[in-house]
Design a protein around this ligand. Structure first.
Ligand code: PEP
Ligand code: MG
Length: 851
C-alpha cells in the first residue's frame, strides 16, 4: 500500500492533517509526519533530515507520496530525496497537491490499494470540485491580486548585469514565497506591473533590466520580513554568482542580440554553398568535424475538440505536470552530476513554470470555464505567456521564452502521450539521439542539451540563440563545442553535409575544402589525443619523472560534483566549499542536514580523503537569512573563520556534523580566512568542546581529526611558522592571497588582472609557506585556481607544494603535467621565477620550459 508523508512548518498542523487523513485511509495506511523544528523558541520550519526520516519510517515498496505545505517545505522535501538511497527515490513522489484536501483524497485512494500514480492523481485532483465551484470568485481574486496590495514598500534599483532574468527572478519568487505575505513587484522605470511575486512569468515579464527601479510592496503578517529578505537578496545581486555577473555583463556590453526561434516549418533557407563559412557566436570552446545531424520536424497536433469531461481533462493535465516535473528533476540530477549545481539550476526555473499561476489559472479557466480540452487550454496559456515574454525589449529576457516553450512542449507531449524518447527536441523538433555528428538546430533548450550523448554528438550548431542562453551554458559545462546565432542559412544545410565547427572562433564551415579540413582536423586531433591520453591515465597516481607522488584532488561544492571528480581521477577532495550547502538553502541548515550533506560527499568519494572547509561566507557570498549587518568593505570584513568565531553556534553545529561523519570516513577540517594564531586556537577550542559534547551524548567521534588552515591572508603567509604547532596541514588559497597582496578585488574586472597569482611576490609567499611546512613536517597544498593551470604546476612543485586541488575537469591534464615534470628542473625554474621582476617574466620562463 502506498504510504503518505506530510511536511509542514508546524508539528501540530502535520499531526492534525494526519489524524484527518488516517480516518479516511483505514488502519493499514501508514502516514509519516515531518512537522516543525526542534529549536526551542523557534518551532516553525521544516528540516530535510526530518523529512528523510519520516519517509524511511513509513517506507513502502509500493511508493511514498509526499505532501507539503508551503515555501521551504518544498525545498526540504526535495533535499530529503537527495539524502535517501538512489534506489528509493524512484518510488517517492512529491506532489504539489493541496495539503489538507490532497492528504484526505490520497488517503482514500491509498487505502483502496491504488498505485502511487493513481494516489498522486487523486491528491492533485482534490481541489477540482472546489475550483470549479469557486471559479468566478477565483478569477476575481486573481485580478485583485494583480493589483498592488496595500502595505509597506521597498524601492530598489536592480544592479544585476542582466536584470531580473530567469534565475534571479526565480530567486525572488522563492524568497517571497517563504513568507506569509502577499508581495507584488512593479517596474517603476517602464511603468509595467504590478505583478504578483508568486508568479515567475509575471515577475520576469516585467522586463526588469539593469538600472531599472522596482517597487516591491507587501501586505500580510510577515510583510516587513518579506521585504527585508528581498532587500538582502537584492544586495546580493539576486544571488547571481560572480562568473554569471561577468558573463552577463560581457554579453550586455558586446550588445549581443539573442534571436529566438520562430515556427519550425518556415525556418529552412536555400542550402549554403560548399566552402562557405557561417559566422556565429562562440558558445562553447573546442573544435568539431562531423556530418550535419538535422533535427526532424515533428510538430505535435493539438486536438480542437472541446472537453467532454472537464474533471477528467484537468486530472490528465495534472498528471502531465507531475510527469514533466519528474523528467525535469531527472535532467537536473544528470546535469548536476556532469556539470555542477550552478548549471543545473536552470531546471529549478523550469520546475517553477509548472506551478506558476500565470499558466495554471488560464488553463483552469479554459478547462472549467470555456470547455476547452486540457491540451488546448494549456497550449493557449503557454502561448499567451510566451507572447508576453517576447514583447519585452530586453534580449536576454526574451531568450528565456525558449525555456518556457520547452517546458510547455514537454507537458503537452505527456498530456497527449506523444513518445518523448523519439521526439525530445525543441518546439516540435526532435533530436536523433543516437546519431554521431554535429547537431544542427534552430535553438537548443537546456533539456535538449542535457539529453545529448557527448559520445555521439561532437558539436552543436544553432541558427538562433546566444552564448548566454542556458543551452549554451550547459554545452560549455558539458564540454561540447558549440556555435550559436549562425543565422537562418544554417537551416538550409542538408542532413549528412560535412561540417567543421570552431567553438572558439564561432564559425561553421560548410563542406570544408580539403586543406581547411586537414588543418582543423589536425588541431582537433591533437587536442583530443592529449585529452584522451590524459583521461586514460586519469585514475593512475600523478608521479613526477623523478618518482615523487603528487596528490591531485578536486574542489567541489557538494555531493552533485563528486561523480565528475571521481571520474576525472581525483585522489580525494582538497576543498569542499561547504558554504554552497548554506547558499542553496533558504534557512540555516541544521546539524542533521549538514551531516547528511557531508556524509553524501564522503560516501561518493569511496574512501578517498575529504577536506571540509568550514563556512566561508561574507564578501561576495552572503546568506540572506543570517541578516548580517551590511559591511562597507565586505572583502575585508566578517568573512570565513571570523564569522564562525563571532557566531560560535554556527561553527559548532558545523564541527559537530563534521565530527559525526569523520567517525567513519576520512574527513579533515580546514578553516578559511585565518589571519592570526589566536583564531586557530579558539576554533580548536570549539572543536574540542564539540567533541566532548558528542561523546557525552554517546555519539561516535574519530580518535583524531586532522586540522588545517587556508593560507590566503598575507599576514598568515608571512608568519606561517607560528601556525605550525597548531595545524596538520596548510592549503594555499591563492585566489584570495593574490587579491589581498595586490589590494585588487578579484571580482572587479577593472583590477582583477592585477591579482595574478603567478607574480613573483605571490610565489615568494608560497615559497615561505612551503619551506616552513616542510621544516615542521606539515603538508602543503594549493587549492586556488592556479593549482589547475598547466603553466603554474611545475613552478608550484618546484616550490615544494605536495598536493594540488582544482576543478574536476582540469585533473586529467594536470596529472599529465606532473608526470612530465622533473623536480630537479622544476626547482631551478622556481628559483628563477622567484628572482623574476614581473609576472610576464615568470610566464616567459614557464612557457619556455613547457615548449
Ligand atoms: C582561494 O581563495 O584561493 C580559494 C580556494 O578559496 P575561494 O576561491 O573559495 O575563496
Ligand atoms: Mg578564498
Amino acid at each position: 500500500m502506498v504510504a503518505l508523508v506530510l511536511v509542514c512548518h508546524s508539528a501540530k498542523l502535520a499531526e492534525g492533517v494526519a489524524e484527518l487523513a488516517a480516518q479516511m485511509g483505514g488502519d493499514r495506511l501508514r502516514i509519516g509526519v515531518a512537522g516543525g523544528l526542534d529549536q526551542p523558541g523557534d518551532p516553525l520550519g521544516t528540516d530535510a533530515g526530518r523529512v528523510a526520516r519520516a519517509i524511511e519510517e513509513v517506507w513502502s515498496e509500493d511508493g511514498v507520496l509526499v505532501l507539503m505545505d508551503l515555501g521551504s517545505a518544498v525545498l526540504s522535501a526535495e533535499m530529503a530525496l537527495d539524502l535517501l538511497p538512489e534506489g528509493r527515490r524512484e518510488r517517492i513522489l512529491l506532489t504539489e497537491a493541496p495539503l489538507v484536501e490532497g492528504a484526505v483524497a490520497a488517503a482514500v485512494a491509498a487505502g483502496l490499494g491504488d498505485s502511487l500514480e493513481q494516489v498522486a492523481a487523486e491528491a492533485r485532483g482534490a481541489l477540482g470540485a472546489k475550483a470549479a465551484h469557486l471559479a468566478p470568485q477565483a478569477a476575481a481574486a486573481m485580478a485583485v491580486a494583480a493589483q498592488a496590495p496595500r502595505g509597506p514598500t521597498l524601492r530598489l534599483t536592480v544592479n544585476n548585469a542582466s536584470g531580473l532574468h530567469a534565475r534571479p527572478a526565480a530567486r525572488l519568487v522563492r524568497t517571497a514565497a517563504r513568507f506569509d505575505a502577499e508581495v507584488s513587484v512593479a517596474n517603476v522605470t517602464t511603468g509595467r506591473g504590478p505583478a504578483s511575486a508568486r508568479s515567475l512569468n509575471a515577475v520576469a515579464t516585467l522586463g526588469v533590466r539593469r538600472g531599472d527601479e522596482i517597487l516591491v510592496r507587501a501586505s500580510g503578517p510577515q510583510a516587513e520580513e518579506a521585504l527585508a529578505a528581498i532587500q538582502c537578496l537584492a544586495d546580493d545581486e539576486f544571488g547571481d554568482p560572480p562568473e554569471a555577473r561577468a558573463q552577463a555583463g560581457a554579453d550586455a556590453r558586446a550588445g549581443r542580440s539573442l534571436r529566438v526561434a520562430a515556427g519550425a516549418a518556415s525556418l529552412s533557407g536555400p542550402p549554403p554553398a560548399s566552402g562557405s563559412v557561417l559566422q556565429g557566436l562562440p558558445a562553447s570552446p573546442g573544435l568539431a568535424v562531423g556530418t550535419a545531424r538535422r533535427v526532424r520536424a515533428t510538430p505535435v497536433e493539438v486536438p480542437r475538440e472541446p472537453s467532454q469531461d472537464c474533471q477528467a481533462d484537468w486530472a490528465a493535465l495534472e498528471r502531465a505536470l507531475i510527469a514533466t516535473a519528474h523528467d525535469i528533476r531527472r535532467a537536473r540530477a544528470a546535469v548536476a552530476g556532469r556539470a555542477g549545481d550552478y548549471d543545473a539550476a536552470i531546471f529549478d526555473v523550469h520546475l517553477l513554470f509548472l506551478e506558476d499561476e500565470a499558466l495554471l489559472a488560464p488553463s483552469r479557466a479554459g478547462v472549467f470555464g470555456e470547455g476547452k480540452s486540457a491540451a488546448r487550454a494549456w497550449v493557449d496559456a503557454v502561448s499567451a505567456a510566451a507572447a508576453a515574454w517576447q514583447a519585452l525589449d530586453d534580449s536576454y529576457l526574451r531568450a528565456r521564452v525558449g525555456d518556457l516553450r520547452s517546458v510547455g512542449d514537454q507537458v503537452l507531449r505527456h498530456l497527449l502521450d506523444v513518445d518523448l524518447a523519439a521526439d525530445a527536441g525543441p518546439a516540435g523538433e526532435s533530436l536523433d539521439a543516437g546519431a554521431a555528428g554535429i547537431v544542427v538546430a534552430p535553438d537548443l533548450t537546456p533539456a535538449d542539451v542535457a539529453g545529448l550523448d557527448p559520445a555521439c554528438v561532437v558539436g552543436v550548431a544553432c541558427a538562433f540563440g546566444g552564448p548566454a542562453s542556458h543551452g549554451a551554458i550547459l554545452a560549455r559545462s558539458l564540454g561540447i563545442p558549440a556555435v550559436v546565432g549562425a543565422g537562418r542559412a544554417l537551416l538550409g544545410v542538408a542532413d549528412g553535409t560535412p561540417l567543421a565547427l570552431d567553438g572558439e572562433a564561432g564559425t561553421i564551415t560548410v563542406d570544408p575544402p580539403a586543406a581547411a579540413l586537414r588543418a582543423l582536423e589536425d588541431r582537433r586531433a591533437r587536442r583530443a589525443r592529449d585529452e584522451a591520453e590524459a583521461q586514460l591515465q586519469a585514475h593512475l597516481p600523478a608521479v613526477t619523472r623523478d618518482g615523487v607522488l603528487v596528490r591531485i584532488a578536486a574542489n567541489v561544492s557538494g555531493r552533485g560534483d563528486v561523480p565528475a571528480a571521481v571520474a576525472a581521477g581525483a585522489d580525494g577532495v582538497g576543498l569542499l566549499r561547504s558554504e554552497f550547502l548554506f547558499l542553496e538553502a533558504d534557512h540555516l541548515p541544521t546539524e542533521d542536514e549538514q551531516e547528511w550533506a557531508y556524509r553524501a560527499v564522503a560516501v561518493g568519494l569511496g574512501g578517498r580523503p575529504l577536506t571540509l572547509r568550514t563556512l566561508d561566507v561574507g564578501a561576495d557570498k552572503q546568506l540572506p537569512y543570517l541578516h548580517l549587518e551590511r559591511e562597507r568593505n565586505p572583502n575585508l570584513g566578517l568573512r570565513g573563520i571570523r564569522l564562525g568565531l563571532r557566531h560560535p553556534e554556527l561553527l559548532t553545529a558545523q564541527l559537530r556534523a563534521a565530527l559525526r561523519v569523520a567517525a567513519d570516513h576520512p574527513v579533515r577540517v580546514m578553516f578559511p580566512m585565518v589571519a592570526t594564531v589566536d583564531e586557530v586556537r579558539r576554533a580548536r577550542e570549539l572543536l574540542d568542546e564539540a567533541r566532548e559534547s558528542l561523546i557525552g551524548e554517546g555519539t561516535a567521534v574519530p580518535e583524531r581529526l586532522e586540522i588545517g588552515i587556508m593560507v590566503e591572508v598575507p599576514a598568515a603567509a608571512l608568519m606561517v611558522e607560528a601556525f605550525v604547532p597548531h595545524v596538520d596541514f596548510f592549503s594555499l588559497g591563492t585566489n584570495d592571497l593574490a587579491q589581498y597582496v595586490f589590494a585588487a578585488d578579484r571580482g572587479n574586472a577593472e583590477v582583477a588582472a592585477l591579482a595574478d597569482a603567478l607574480h613573483p611576490v605571490v610565489l615568494c609567499l608560497i615559497d615561505g609557506v612551503a619551506r616552513a611546512a616542510a621544516a615542521g613536517g606539515r603538508r602543503v597544498a594549493v587549492c586556488g585556481e592556479m593549482a589547475g593551470d598547466p603553466l603554474a604546476i611545475p613552478l608550484l612543485l618546484g616550490l615544494g607544494v605536495t598536493e594540488l586541488s582544482m576543478a574536476a575537469a582540469r585533473i586529467p591534464l594536470a596529472k599529465q603535467e606532473v608526470r612530465a615534470t622533473d623536480l630537479a628542473i622544476a626547482r631551478k625554474l622556481a628559483a628563477a621565477a622567484l628572482a623574476a621582476g614581473s609576472v610576464a617574466e615568470v610566464r616567459r620562463l614557464s612557457g619556455w620550459r613547457q615548449a
